[in-house]
Design a protein around this ligand. Structure first.
Ligand code: C2O
Length: 534
């Protein structure tokens, strides 16, 4: 492959949305930021220069980072952050992956505005396993707060309560007209009659799963999280924060303007941003004055639409792109995930909302875990993360009497190339809620999902071990469970967390430490010389 050079200047930029202007932290001044293009096998070098007052780090969401964990990006997990006035060159090779991924800040809540697409084209001369589209278009779905986003989360942490929901959703940076700002412009997607477009859709929102649809048009899903799928026709896409979806769109209406809409899906009685972001699909030759054909997004609690969509997704599992599902399992883990409350002396209510995996609210260390692992620095983490929840749980009925969590920087150790199954169970300690769990450093297969409590006797018999969808972020249904499998073939320290940013902040995160293997290509490479210091 070739080497691709990018330069990311992290700078403040005055930006106007919803009829008001505020400075936001951006890469090169854009919201969203620049798209990175590469081909499979290419090496990507991104020089990040920090010109703002915040510490910064950038994560290449979904990039496997085989042996190059130093470039993964989560602050205090694989690196110390890039301090104001400093720089770091992320250097990684894209191996065995092609499709749509993305990048975002991985510290504080900066990813609200530091985000962009990462497009990996197939190797030269290798076709897509679907009819070749005439054009391609990145579609980034996100959220917008009128106030300063760091202030929003800091106030919430002080009070112990939930942060304010965003003021709008966005499509490629724009909410479209809303009642509080009717002049707000929306993104326009131009299309030629009869042509087929590949939409590379990314959910970069902070705290909400989304529905996405286009009036009077059917979409054909061909890839999720940079893994090809069996073609799936649908009029509505469900996409969780962190997930990416490639869909073919054919301009078969030939003329007119059609509403594109992104709206929240949240199967929980919690406060969400209820606004829909709108954009316009505009056929070439159609007059600007033409009335737009509208569509209604599903209601925010349209659980069955989400469940049916997720159930229908399958790996392509072709000869060229096989689904290598681990059949024999070395580590069988059961993780409860949910929200709880801990006592808080300084909070008005006397408690603060917390979140956990297996009753542990993860505490961020003050130097990076990967450095602690690589250089054998003791006292930074323990490798005793529980394989099963220490406390009894139930997702409905009588809630457990103890809603509190333990705290710790506890990791789970895996030997190189061992196979792992994790059942992720939403506990609903406060209330059931969707949790899009993201694993760094690996793709995994979603072999099963269901509602209620996982049944270890019955449910595994129904697992799909043939063509389950393969991805890096999975939405655990509210009051339900999912089972995932992967092979620990990537040495390093790998973060796993809920991609609802508020849950990550509250502690719904943990990490795996994967030891080096015995072979020559099975160990983590040494750290780059410019790796930031804490
Ligand atoms: Cu997209 Cu750890 O994040």
């Amino acid at each position: 492959g070739m080497v691709r050079h990018y330069k990311f200047n992290v700078v403040l930029k005055n930006t106007t949305r919803l009829c008001s202007t505020k400075p936001i932290v951006t890469v090169n001044g854009g919201f969203p930021g620049p798209t990175i293009y590469a081909r499979e096998d290419d090496t990507v070098l991104v020089k990040v220069v920090n010109h703002v007052k915040y510490n910064v780090s950038i994560h290449w969401h979904g990039v496997r980072q085989l042996r190059s964990g130093w470039a993964d990006g989560p602050a205090y997990i694989t690196q110390c952050p890039i301090q104001p006035g400093h720089q770091f060159i992320y250097n990684f090779t894209i191996t065995g992956q092609r499709g749509t991924l993305w990048w975002h800040a991985h510290i504080l809540w900066l990813r609200a505005t530091i985000q962009g697409a990462l497009v990996i084209l197939p190797k030269r001369g290798v076709p897509y396993p679907f009819p070749r589209p005439q054009k391609e278009q990145v579609i980034i779905l996100s959220e917008w707060w009128k106030s300063d986003v760091e202030a929003v989360i800091n106030e919430a942490l002080k009070s112990g309560a939930a942060p304010n929901v965003s003021d709008a959703h966005t499509i490629n940076g724009h909410p479209g007209p809303v009642s509080s700002c009717p002049s707000e412009r929306g993104f326009t997607l131009p299309i030629n009659p009869g042509q087929t477009y590949l939409l590379r859709i990314i959910n970069a929102a902070m705290n909400e799963e989304l529905f996405f649809k286009i009036a009077d048009h059917t979409l054909t899903i061909v890839e999720v999280d940079a893994v090809y799928t069996k073609p799936l026709k649908t009029d509505t896409i469900v996409i969780a924060p962190g997930q990416t979806t490639n869909a073919l769109l054919t301009g078969d209406r030939r003329t007119g303007k059609y509403m594109v809409v992104a709206s929240p899906f949240m199967d929980a009685p919690l406060a969400v941003d209820n606004t829909s972001a709108t954009a316009t699909l505009h056929y070439s030759g159609t007059l600007a004055s033409t009335t737009t054909t509208l569509t209604t997004p599903p209601p925010k609690n349209a659980t069955s639409i989400a469940a049916n969509f997720t159930k229908a997704l399958r790996s392509l599992n072709s000869k060229k792109y096989p689904a290598l599902v681990p059949l024999k399992i070395d580590h069988s883990l059961f993780f409860t995930i949910g929200l709880g409350v801990n006592p808080c002396a300084t909070c008005a209510t006397g408690v603060r909302v917390v979140a956990d995996i297996n009753n542990v609210s993860f505490v961020m260390p003050t130097i990076s875990l990967l450095q602690a692992h690589f250089f054998n620095i003791s006292g930074v983490f323990t490798d005793d993360f529980p394989a099963n929840p220490p406390r009894k749980f139930n997702f409905t009925g009588t809630q457990p009497t103890n809603l509190g969590t333990m705290t710790g920087t506890r990791l789970y150790r895996l030997s190189y190339n061992s196979t792992v199954q994790i059942v992720l169970q939403d506990t609903g300690m406060i209330t059931p809620e969707n949790h899009p769990l993201h694993l760094h450093g690996f793709n995994f297969f979603e072999v099963g999902r269901g509602l209620g409590d996982f049944n270890p006797k019955k449910d595994p018999k129904k697992f799909n071990l043939v063509d389950p969808v393969e991805r890096n972020t999975i939405s655990v249904p509210a009051g339900g469970w999912t089972a995932i499998r992967f092979r620990a073939d990537n040495p390093g320290v790998w973060f796993m967390h809920c991609h609802l940013e508020v849950h990550t902040t509250w502690g719904l995160k943990m990490a795996f430490v994967v030891d080096n293997g015995k072979g020559p290509n099975e160990s983590l490479l040494p750290p780059p010389s410019d790796l930031p210091k804490c």
